[in-house]
Write a new protein. Structure first.
Lengths: 306, 255
């Protein structure tokens, strides 16, 4: 048992309909530690939302156990809910209420609400307070949704695609807000399609595919399942040296090397170039990105068969 | 819950159709009754009592029921109910908060009808005020629960016009407001007494003027015994509506 775990999931499954039905979540295990940002990634239909709904206490698991803040989020709703914040996507508002009225309605249901003015400021909607939700842009509704999720000063925040539909400026701002919440000790579990953001901000992440977790770790650990890549242009008339454990692709003068050990391969390559006094034009070397790892997992049928 | 009731009241005020019905319904009822002495005497001997009974019954059946079905379906389809369920409010609080403004308006209309009638026609002193209150409270609960149950058959706000029609027409027609139920063949009369609105009208008649179903007049002491059956019928509707809601009520749109 991980004592610092805020969320603990063991052998969770979720099935819709009766036999044979559709198994959306097929036995997953993971835990989220206090104060970390944990990202749940996956293709559409991978089971992210089905998992999230169980963690949020909106649905019961078919089998397996889930602990949120040490309690059953479904049965102990009454004690868990005041400590968590759930951000649904940009829907779920009455179109004819204004932003301020929507916040007033929501905070009236909470046990420890933030002041409405503070919520408006945090999600940058102060100037839109008296505008009806009907007239808001998708991005503004998204921010209002985030505002409601943090309105109860939660210890644990669930964010479903918090930056979807936001322009770059507001996306940046949203991430700053999430960072500040993390700094103040809030634990965050989020789903996102923006892998670069997940790579930069998540402490750890899980990749789901066909109802299973097929990758779990820090962004760097996950990315490391794919080889690093070196690319350059070979001077005319030269041939590549022997490089152990490297997959080389040569296309005219263009060369791409895939290697599990970036430093060794790069050392050998640069040594060889120095000895022959060669200039390798457009030389780049980088580890695999999270996106590459994600795509490799999503495209592999291993994920489905594992 | 109060914040939910408040926001629902704001939404109701911003819905022109609901406002029109809320204002037009009691006026229409009074004008209708005034236009036909026959209709008026079918409801009650005293014109003031007739107005109070009719306004109350029509408000509960038409305004509370219809308005709540459309409101709940609209909130469900907009995912407002789903969002509220992701918060701290309990299911009962969410439903009660949504229903509160409609019920408050119906009660307001009943009280206003009483005051207006008292001023214009002179209202007799009610025989048993407890039965009047009971009619209002139980009647409201019945039509709120019938509304929540009806939403399970209503997949869009537009469809509400169709799905609410049976509950809008049948109980009112056989409530004893349009014609004395004694005019019906005996089996039908018995059936009419089991509908959700008829016991409300019965209790109001008993409470306001001491008139029993067979037309005799009773005093305070004699008004309790004839009230038992209508109260039981209303309680049965509460249980049925409650069970149906619990079993079938959907908090999000069908996927």
């Amino acid at each position: 048992m991980d004592e610092s775990a805020v969320i603990q999931v063991e052998r969770l499954t979720r099935r819709y309909g009766t036999r044979p039905g559709y198994e959306a979540v097929r036995g997953i295990d993971f835990s989220v530690r206090r104060g970390e940002l944990f990202a749940l990634l996956g293709t559409n239909g991978a089971g992210k939302t089905s998992t999230l709904e169980v963690l949020e206490g909106l649905a019961q698991p078919t089998s397996g156990t889930v602990r949120v803040l040490g309690k059953d989020p479904y049965r102990d709703r009454r004690t868990v809910r005041p400590r968590i914040g759930i951000m649904l996507q940009d829907r779920g508002f009455a179109a004819d209420l204004t932003v301020a009225e929507t916040i007033k309605m929501w905070t009236g249901t909470l046990s420890t609400p933030r002041p409405a003015g503070e919520i408006l400021e945090l999600v940058e909607l102060t100037t839109r307070a008296n505008v009806r939700v009907r007239q808001l842009s998708g991005g503004e509704r998204q921010r209002l949704s985030l505002g409601l999720a943090i309105a109860g000063q939660p210890d644990l925040l669930f964010l479903d695609e918090p930056t979807a539909g936001l322009d770059p400026e507001h996306r940046q701002h949203t991430w700053q807000l999430i960072s500040r919440l993390l700094d103040s000790g809030t634990t965050v579990l989020l789903t996102t399609h923006y892998l670069a953001e997940a790579a930069e901000l998540a402490d750890r992440l899980a990749i789901m595919h066909h109802g299973r977790i097929v990758g779990l770790g820090t962004p760097a650990e996950i990315a490391a399942i794919r080889p690093a890549r070196i690319s350059f242009h070979l001077p005319v008339g030269t041939t590549l040296p022997e490089l152990p454990e490297v997959v080389a692709k040569v296309n005219g003068t263009g060369v791409v090397l895939n290697t599990e050990d970036l430093q060794s391969t790069l050392t050998l390559l640069l040594d060889w170039a120095a000895r022959h006094e060669l200039r390798l034009a457009d030389l780049t070397a980088r580890p695999a990105s999270l996106e590459e790892a994600f795509l490799a997992i999503a495209e592999s049928d291993q994920g489905a068969a594992a | 819950m109060t914040s939910l009731a408040w926001s629902e009241a704001v939404l109701l005020r911003r819905n022109p159709l609901a406002v029109l019905i809320a204002i037009g319904l009691p006026i229409g009822v009074v004008l209708g009754l005034r236009s036909s002495a026959e209709l008026m005497s079918a409801v009650a001997a005293d014109p003031g009592v007739a107005i109070v009974i009719t306004v109350t019954a029509v408000s509960l059946n038409l305004f509370v029921y219809y308005n709540l079905v459309t409101a709940l379906v609209a909130r469900r389809e907009d995912l407002v109910l789903k969002r509220l369920r992701a918060g701290e409010a309990t299911d009962v609080q969410i439903l009660a908060g949504t229903a509160a403004p409609s019920v408050a308006i119906a009660w307001g209309q009943a009280v206003l009808a009483g005051l207006t009638s008292a001023v214009l026609f002179g209202l007799p002193v009610p025989v048993n005020l407890l039965l009047v209150v009971l009619a209002l409270v139980l009647g409201s609960l019945v039509f709120v629960l019938l509304a929540t149950a009806t939403t399970t058959l209503t997949s869009s706000v537009e469809l509400a016009q169709l799905t609410t029609t049976p509950m809008l027409l049948i109980p009112l027609t056989f409530s004893g407001l349009y014609f004395p139920l004694a005019d019906l063949p005996a089996p039908l009369e018995q059936l009419a007494l089991l509908l959700p609105l008829t016991p409300v009208v019965e209790l109001l008649r008993l409470g306001l003027s001491g008139t029993t179903a067979d037309g005799s007049t009773v005093d305070l002491a004699g008004s309790f015994a004839p009230a038992v059956q209508p109260v039981l019928v209303l309680l049965a509707w509460v249980v049925m509506g409650g069970l149906a809601t619990r079993r079938w009520f959907r908090w999000e749109p069908r996927r």
